[in-house]
Each structure stands twice: as structure tokens, then as C-alpha cells.
Design a protein around this ligand. Structure first.
Ligand SMILES: [Zn+2]
Length: 908
């Protein structure tokens, strides 16, 4: 290793190795839709393959670290698979390790792992993926990335955005919270520092020398010259011009090479260590506003992740026979999730056609997952020995909670709470007399009916009786609240169809026999983790009461554990005496999909014109107070004055819910967005002033202070992402896709700064993909394209979050708030006992349960700073790494290091 600066000053110096890595950065969809970019991809790869085959001096090419480009290409050019395989086999073409270059903060940890695993698997079909954690364009990097890479056997990462100013060399050791680390190669000016090499050797040498002047202080040894940028095509003269440049001079030795070859020789000694996430805007944009644009996309992502990770996979793994595990359908769902993880896709910093496609992919993944979960629950229902309602818990932790059940008759179980009566199935009033129709009409109706027995959420066909007589045909259909598996609907339909066809002139009398049922809320005692038990309602120890008698005074809802008092004048509420929760603050946003930008002289609206507070439910199991608030918001930001202008009215409805025996307060806020160019946040007071926050990220909780590092080109706005929850000052907020928060109302001097409030963004409405001259980011971050969908104008927004003060386990809050207990109605006659746990996991958080390689696979992580003992009941098996390679045997339990991630495989 030389000291280049001194040598240059002295006029004689060692030769600098310049590693030229030809590549292209291929955003699959962004300012153009996928199919448009794919057409360009096909052209680019057609040319690249031919170039590599004919020109050995064009030695190498990096296919952007993501296998999606290969699959997208081969869908159009299947005949070129062997040519690609041959180029990969000889090391000319590097591909993978990811399936897609994801965003790391906006998708789940499990999505990141599946992204890597599917990339490695697909890469194996071409002789192996590149074993470098190539992360060129992600908008910052999660704390646990070094551990994820380490668990896949990688020693290197390559990063650009997010690297803090204290890292002042092109290499550093990047350490995860568990202490595992990788060597990170830092690209100080990005992945395009060697893009567009001129077809002129002298000009190339000048370019290299200029770049050395620019980043020379960073260089440890060689210079990585990334020859490519967004959607760039290869430059056919590269090999020749590099050879000519080497002939011309002795200062630099240029070599067309690969990342792994370059990194194999990169210095590893004496590197500075950085532990944790990389979210600094010191030298490159981190584009923090992507966490809050298109909140509908973030909510859809949260719903799909939950359906897949928390329901479909574990339920299928635990309640279906191993050979019935729906591998293929789950792979299809995951493929949609992984494609959507792409940084321009999940971040929704894209044109509307792209965002529409992202929403469709989330919907498809969700539908697959939801359907598979239903099938697995059906299998569990049928397999239970005893008949009757059974409560199912899909969380690893044993949990009590509230369930909604349908009970026969008028009686409400002791301690239960009756819900308002509903009309009968199909909207037919219960006890209505027979309906008389002609046979031809009925036959048409029968022909259109599905072959299932379920009528609605709570109603199944129990049986069908048919009587034929002189005067016509009598059909009696019995409905009931229990799912029946012995009613042959298809053959009943066929029989009716035949009979009605034989007597087209007959009158048909249809009677619906609907027993009296009631929907009831009930509190149930602890259900085993990943288990079930018969429904046995209990009388709550801490029932909810709601007191709304006091005229203009607050509406007070309490269960003895938490007291919520809703202010009738402004619609905010207090929690245990701390006032001001739920204050909605609407401000202007003249920003873009990437960054928030306050307009000139911003006008904040946080006081409603009028408020009405009503009690929707009064306990004892659940209390709900509904706040209907009317606001007048400015209509939009004027393009010339850059000030908020116009007026629009909006009705915002908020349900505040408290359940018996729980400390959690659930909040759901609904409105139709009437305005453009604005940001709506809910302000949540902190019980104690806080110097920082603790937010969930993939496989960890990260601590952040009140500031973010930035620079003139991107102000360090301390709005941060949280995956499913964030805690500060004694308050935990769990949410359903409301990823952005900021600690505000800061007081105290520089060393004593404390925030008093957490603001959670409910909506950020802008109309531009990227904008010029913004307050916090003056230069564009993408094309200056108007994108109407980013406004979300006219769209219904439903923001759901849960608050808990003094709750020490935020993962439990998330489970209770968003992964509720379910009730099944078992017919009896199966083999499973009335109560059991299908899988015991104690001592760590569970990230995934699925079947893999013929085994049951459970991935856990330790979110604490203490070594934990993970107990898996009587099971034995192995710990494996993220590539399925055996690490060590397990018998009943294993120790997991602080902040460690582990994957356990067991038979059965
Ligand atoms: Zn990109």
C-alpha cells in the first residue's frame, strides 16, 4: 500500500491499479414501466452477448447483481440461455447474488432473505451467483445487512448511499449488531464513476486522473472504476481503449475485471469499523421521503407480508401434511413480493403505470397467501377430534385476547358483548316466509351458484331438502353458523337442476331456514403459541367501561389498566392523563416522490372546524369511541408563489378502541384525501421526553438520535423509517404500513435535546416523480415527470396504528394489534386433541416457519443485547445458514448470540 498523495507531490509515484468493472444498473421499472425497460434490456443483452463472444478484450461484465435481468431477458430470448450459461461459466458474465436490487428499509427482513436465496438459487443454474453483497443504489442500508451477507457466506459488500462522513476511505469494516461483519467497498461517488468511457485513450487517462484528484483521499490502494450507469449499454471499444491507455502512460494500470477479482486484492487491514445502519446523507442522497409517499403501497405491502409470513407459510407448514405444502404457489407469491421489493418499486418513486403494477403484485401475493391460509385452517378444522368453536393463535407466543364469535340463540356468554344484529345471509330477513318463483328462473339461479357451502363469513349451508308434489316443488335450505364438510353441494345442485328442468312450468317455493344467531365479542384465555384450544369465553378481569354522560366533558373509556379520555372540543385524546394524542397536523408538501419539501410560508392546519364524538361500543369486551372531525385544508400549493392556496373541506373519522384486559389502544383514521401537495401527520405525545427512538428494522431494533446527517444537496431531515413499530419516551407505536416517523417538539440545549412528541406520517401527497429547487433537496433525484397518482387525491386512506405506554415488548404489541386470534368451527371426528401447540419456540422472535428441503424450517432472531436460549420443545435437528448448509446440531434448544439470526431445521 502506498501513500499516493505524497508520491504524487514528489513527482514520482507507484502505479495505481484501476479496476474497470463494466456493468449496467438496470432498474426493472421506474420512470418507464417494466415492459418498456424490458424492450431496452433485450436489445442491450443481445448486443452484450455478441460483444463478449467476439471480443475477448471486453473481458468481463457485471449484470447489476440481480438475477431478474436474466429471467426477464430469457422470457423473450429462451434460445440464448446456453450462450449466457457459457459466458457465466467462464467468468465473463457475473450475475446475482440478489434476485432484485431491493430497498432495504421498506420491505421485511424475510423478503430480503428470500430475495437473496432466490437470487442464489437462480444463479446456481448458471454456475453460481457472484458472492459479493452488491448494493449499488439502495437508499441506505439496514443494520443487519452484514449479518445477512455473513450468513450466506459472503465476505464483501459494495455500497454507495448512506455511508456516514466519518468513513473517509474506500474500504471499511461494516459490522452488524451481532458483531458479524463484512468488508465494505465504498463507492464515494456512486456506481457510475467510470460510466461513458470515451473512445480515446488520452481522454480516458485524463478522466482517470481527474477522478483520482476527486476521490484520491478515499483510496486505500487501487481505484474501482465502475463503467456503467442506469440502463447503460456496453461500450464496445472498452477493451481496445483500455489497452491503448495502458500503452500511453505509466501512472495507471487499467484492467477490465470483476468485483470479486478486485475485492480479492483489496486491503483488509487497518480499516475503520462502522457498526449498524448506513443512513447518512453526508455524500449521497438517502431520499428518506420514499418511506411516506404512496402510503397505499406501503399498506398493501404490510398486508401482503403479514398474510404470507405470518399466516400462509406457518399454517401450511404446521397443519398440512408435508407432501401437501404448497411450495409452488408460495414461490409465486414470493416472486411478486421480491419483484416489488425493487428500490424504485417498493419506494413508489415511479410513474403511475409502475405503481399500478406494484399494487397488483401485492394484491396477487396477498390473495395467494390468504387463500392458502384458508386452506390450511380448513385442514386444521377438519382434523380436530371434538366439534365446536376453536380459537387459533398464529403467533409464536401464547396469547389471550378478544375474539368475535357467532353463537346460536339469544344468549350472550357471561362477560361477553353482543354486537348489533345483522340481517340474515343474502340479506334475507330471518324467519321470512317462502319465496315463490317459477322453475325456469330458479334453474337459471342454480346454474350460476358456486359449488361451495359458504354463504358469508359466518354462514354455511347445512343441508338442502327437496319435496315434489302436485302443486310444485318445495326447496328448504338450512343455513347455520358452523362450517360443514359433509354437504355435497355440487351433487345437490345437479339434482335440483335436473328436477327443475323436468318440470319447467312448476311453481317453486324456496324456504330459507336460518336459526337465530348472535355475533358476540368474548375474551378468551391464553391460547398456546402456534396452537389452538376450544373457545371458552371468560369474564374479563378488566372490563371496558365508557362514560359519556358528562355534558361537554370528555368521553372516558377505561379498563382499569389504561384510561382514554376523548376531548369533545378538538377530538384528541389523553392516555392515562397525558393529553394530545391523535392531533392531526396537515402541512404543505411541495416535494416529490423522494423528499418532503415545505412550501413557502407553510400553513399548518391542526384544529378542526367542528367535531362530534360518539360512543360506538360500550364494553365490556371492547369500547370504541368515534371522532368525526371536519377540517378545512388548503387545496394545493401554487406553482408560482409556492404557497398553499384554496380551501377544501374534509371529514376525518377516527375510531379509538380499547379492549378488556389489554394495555393497547387501537386507532383507525379514515378520510378521502381532498387535497394536493400536502403532508398529514398524527402527533403522539411522549410520556417522557426522549433523546432518541428505537425502531424496528429487518431482524433488529435500531436506536436513532434526533438528527440525521445531511449536506447542502440533501438536508438531513430526521424522518426515519420503522418496519412495524417504533418506541420513544415510553410510548410504543405499532402500525400497519405507516413507515415514517419523526420526533418533534424538541427542547433543550445542544447537549440536552429532548423530543416531546412523535409525528407519524399518514399521507404525503406530491405530484412529481422528481422536482428541481426544493427546499431540502435542490437538485433532481430522477426525471422531472409529473405523476398524478402521487397526490392520492380522491383516494380513501385508512391509517391503522396502535399505542401502548409502558409496554416493554413491542413485538408482542404488533402481534396483538395486527395478528388477531381466529375462531374455527370444527365438525369433530378428526384426530387432533382439543388443545395443542403445533410448534413451540421460546426465547426469540420468529421470522419464518415453512417447509424447506423436506424439513420444517424455523428462522428466529434475538432482538436483545443478551445471549438467549431458544427452546424448540422436544424437537431436534440442525441450525443451517441462509444457503441451507449445516452449521450445528440442535437437541431441544440452542443458544443465540445477542442480535443473532438463526435458521433451525427439524424433521416432521
Ligand atoms: Zn436504481
Amino acid at each position: 500500500m502506498g501513500t499516493p498523495d505524497n508520491d504524487v507531490a514528489a513527482g514520482h509515484r507507484a502505479q495505481r491499479h484501476v479496476a474497470v468493472v463494466p456493468h449496467t444498473h438496470w432498474d426493472r421499472e421506474w420512470y418507464e414501466p417494466y415492459q418498456s425497460f424490458r424492450l431496452r434490456l433485450v436489445t442491450m443483452l443481445d448486443e452484450l452477448i455478441a460483444l463478449l463472444e467476439r471480443d475477448p478484450s471486453y473481458a468481463k461484465f457485471l449484470l447489476d447483481g440481480q438475477m431478474a435481468v436474466i429471467d426477464d431477458y430469457l422470457e423473450v430470448r429462451p434460445e440464448n440461455e446456453e450462450r449466457i450459461r457459457a459466458l457465466a461459466a467462464t467468468g465473463r458474465l457475473s450475475m446475482g447474488p440478489w434476485y432484485i436490487l431491493m430497498d432495504e428499509f421498506l420491505v421485511s427482513g424475510e423478503t430480503i432473505v428470500r430475495d437473496l436465496q432466490s437470487g442464489l438459487l437462480r444463479g446456481a443454474a448458471f454456475g453460481g451467483a457472484m458472492e459479493v453483497g452488491y448494493l449499488p443504489d439502495m437508499f441506505g442500508h439496514i443494520a443487519q445487512m452484514p449479518q445477512i451477507l455473513h450468513l450466506a457466506g459472503f465476505e464483501h459488500a459494495v455500497v454507495w448511499r448512506g455511508v456516514p462522513s466519518v468513513i473517509d476511505r474506500s474500504g471499511f469494516r461494516w459490522e452488524a449488531p451481532d458483531g458479524s461483519s463484512v468488508r465494505a467497498e465504498y463507492l464515494p461517488t456512486g456506481y457510475g464513476n467510470g460510466a461513458s468511457i470515451p473512445d480515446d485513450a488520452k481522454a480516458l487517462v485524463r478522466r482517470v486522473a481527474d477522478h483520482e484528484t476527486e476521490i484520491g483521499d478515499f483510496l486505500l490502494d487501487g481505484m474501482l472504476f465502475m463503467n456503467g450507469t442506469d440502463h447503460q449499454e456496453p461500450q464496445p471499444w472498452l477493451g481496445r481503449v483500455v489497452a491503448e491507455a495502458n500503452e500511453l502512460q505509466d501512472d495507471y494500470v487499467l484492467e477490465v475485471t470483476t468485483l470479486p477479482d478486485y475485492l480479492a486484492g483489496a486491503p483488509t487491514e487497518g480499516l475503520r469499523t462502522w457498526k449498524g445502519e448506513l443512513r447518512s446523507g453526508a455524500r449521497a442522497n438517502v431520499l428518506m421521503g420514499v418511506a411516506s409517499n404512496r402510503v397505499d403501497v406501503k399498506i398493501a405491502a404490510a398486508r401482503a407480508e403479514r398474510a404470507l409470513e405470518r399466516y400462509a407459510e406457518p399454517l401450511s407448514a404446521l397443519y398440512l401434511a408435508p407432501e401437501e405444502f404448497p411450495h409452488r404457489l408460495l414461490d409465486l407469491a414470493w416472486r411478486e413480493m421480491v419483484r416489488n421489493a425493487a428500490h424504485d418499486s417498493s419506494c413508489a418513486c415511479s410513474v403511475d403505470e409502475v405503481v399500478d403494477a406494484v399494487l397488483v403484485r401485492y394484491a396477487e401475493a396477498y390473495r395467494i397467501a390468504d387463500g392458502l391460509a384458508g386452506q390450511a385452517l380448513g385442514a386444521l378444522t377438519r382434523s380436530l377430534a371434538e366439534a365446536g368453536p376453536t380459537v387459533v393463535n398464529v403467533s409464536a407466543r401464547p396469547r389471550a385476547g378478544m375474539v368475535e364469535v357467532v353463537v346460536a340463540g339469544e344468549d350472550v356468554p357471561a362477560g361477553g358483548q353482543a354486537l348489533p344484529d345483522e340481517p340474515g345471509a343474502f340479506g334475507i330477513p330471518r324467519g321470512m316466509g317462502p319465496l315463490t318463483l317459477d322453475a325456469t328462473t330458479v334453474r337459471t339461479i342454480v346454474g350460476m351458484l358456486p359449488n361451495g357451502s359458504q354463504i358469508d363469513t359466518h354462514t354455511w349451508i347445512q343441508g338442502v331438502a327437496v319435496e315434489e308434489g302436485e302443486s310444485g316443488i318445495d326447496i328448504t335450505i338450512a343455513f347455520g353458523s358452523e362450517e360443514r364438510f359433509d354437504v355435497p353441494i355440487a351433487s345437490i345442485k345437479q339434482d335440483l337442476y335436473t328436477r327443475l328442468g323436468a318440470r319447467p312450468d312448476a311453481m317453486v317455493r324456496i324456504r330459507i331456514d336460518q336459526p337465530l344467531v348472535r355475533r358476540v365479542l368474548a375474551r378468551v384465555e391464553a391460547v398456546p403459541g402456534f396452537g389452538y384450544r376450544p373457545l371458552e369465553p371468560v369474564v374479563p378481569a378488566h372490563p371496558v367501561t365508557v362514560d359519556s354522560e358528562a355534558g361537554d366533558g370528555p368521553v372516558v373509556m377505561t379498563n382499569g389498566l389504561v384510561t382514554v379520555a376523548v376531548d369533545r372540543t378538538d377530538g384528541t385524546f389523553s392516555l392515562d392523563g397525558v393529553p394530545g394524542y391523535g392531533r392531526l397536523v396537515d402541512g404543505g408538501d411541495f416535494g416529490d416522490s423522494y423528499n418532503y419539501s415545505p412550501p413557502a410560508g407553510d400553513r399548518l392546519i391542526d384544529i378542526p372546524d367542528r367535531v362530534s364524538v360518539t360512543v360506538s361500543e360500550r364494553g365490556p369486551v371492547r369500547g370504541v369511541v368515534t371522532v368525526a372531525a371536519h377540517y378545512t385544508w388548503p387545496d394545493h400549493v401554487d406553482g408560482m408563489t409556492r404557497a398553499r392556496t384554496g380551501e377544501v373541506g374534509v371529514e376525518v373519522s377516527t375510531d379509538i378502541e380499547l379492549r378488556a384486559d389489554e394495555r393497547i389502544v387501537r386507532v383507525a383514521t379514515r378520510f378521502v384525501n381532498p387535497a394536493s401537495d400536502h403532508r398529514l401527520r398524527v402527533h403522539l405525545p411522549l410520556p417522557e421526553p426522549a433523546a432518541g427512538s428505537d425502531a424496528e428494522c429487518a431482524f433488529a431494533v435500531v436506536h436513532r438520535g434526533l438528527e440525521a446527517e445531511g449536506r447542502v444537496d440533501e438536508f438531513g431531515l430526521p424522518t426515519f423509517p420503522s418496519r412495524r413499530f417504533v418506541s420513544a419516551g415510553g410510548l410504543t407505536v405499532a402500525h400497519d404500513g405507516l413507515l415514517e416517523y419523526e420526533l418533534v417538539d424538541i427542547e433543550g440545549g445542544p447537549s440536552e435535546r429532548r423530543a416531546k412528541t412523535m409525528a407519524v406520517t399518514l399521507l404525503r401527497s406530491t405530484g412529481m416523480l422528481s422536482r428541481l429547487g426544493m427546499a431540502y433537496r435542490p437538485l433532481p433525484a430522477g426525471p422531472l415527470t409529473p405523476v398524478e397518482g402521487l397526490q392520492l387525491r380522491g383516494r380513501t386512506i385508512e391509517a391503522r396504528y396502535a399505542l401502548c405506554t409502558g409496554c416493554d415488548d413491542p413485538y408482542a404489541v404488533v402481534d396483538d394489534a395486527f395478528v388477531p386470534l381466529d375462531v374455527l368451527y370444527a365438525p369433530g371426528g378428526g384426530e387432533r386433541p382439543p388443545s395443542a401447540s403445533a410448534l413451540e419456540v421460546e426465547g426469540a422472535e420468529v421470522s419464518a416457519v415453512r417447509r424447506q428441503a423436506g424439513m420444517l424450517e424455523v428462522r428466529v432472531f434475538n432482538p436483545t443485547a443478551r445471549t438467549t436460549t431458544v427452546k424448540v420443545g422436544a424437537r431436534s435437528g440442525w441450525l443451517v445458514d441462509l444457503r441451507g448448509r449445516t452449521v450445528e446440531p440442535v437437541d431441544g434448544s440452542f443458544d443465540l448470540r445477542p442480535f443473532g439470526i438463526a435458521t433451525f431445521r427439524t424433521a416432521g
